[in-house]
Ligand binder design. Sequence first.
Ligand SMILES: *Cc1c(COP(=O)(O)O)cnc(C)c1O
Length: 222
Amino acid sequence: MTAIFNNIIAVRKQLPEEVKLVAVSKTRTIDEILEAYNAGQRLFGENRVAELISKIDRLPADIQWHMIGHLQTNKVKSIIPFVSLIHSVDSFRLLSVINSEASKAGRITDCLLQFYIASEETKFGFSIEEAVEMFGRKEFRDLANVRIRGVMGMATFTDDQEKVRNEFSKLREYFSLLKDKYFTWRPDFNEISMGMSGDFRIAVEEGSTMVRIGSLIFGERK
Ligand SMILES: *Cc1c(COP(=O)(O)O)cnc(C)c1O
């Protein structure tokens, strides 16, 4: 048993059965990823397009790849055939490019809307007002090749646990608001992607359905 193998088992044990674990494999080698795979891990998240593409062919085909990082519109085309979920949709423009590339490829691409919940300048994402405005547009309702599966957010990087809890709770409220207003007839709007190595326990308590964990599995990134 390698350390990575054991870490996967240990993290899994701390998660309720229904919460999905996305192993964040950015900067990690093929061998490291295979160790996680051998512990049964099948969901992996990457945040850079070039890195994602370079890894796909060298790893087992039953891995489900999630794009979790900021995505530029000119890079969308290259990941559409491989990606099973895009967590980081942060604008209508990006969503419409994903839609048109998915359409050309004959696919329907699952997406999460990333919300800005932290008090940090660097975090991407919609505000709830922007999202509601987008849902009101006809162009949005016409997008036939994307399926909105839920929401994603990143809390402020801080030791203040109450602050982190409030931010996750806010994301959960956004999810409920959108569900009640736009997705009552859509059981597949059901994902809340929140929680990383440092804050996943709070995220799970606040209703996360999917945690994105890197360093707890693979060790600190250099
Ligand atoms: C890197 C990253 C993670 C994982 O971070 P850890 O602290 O290593 O668990 C989660 N989500 C996103 C969007 C990331 O870029």
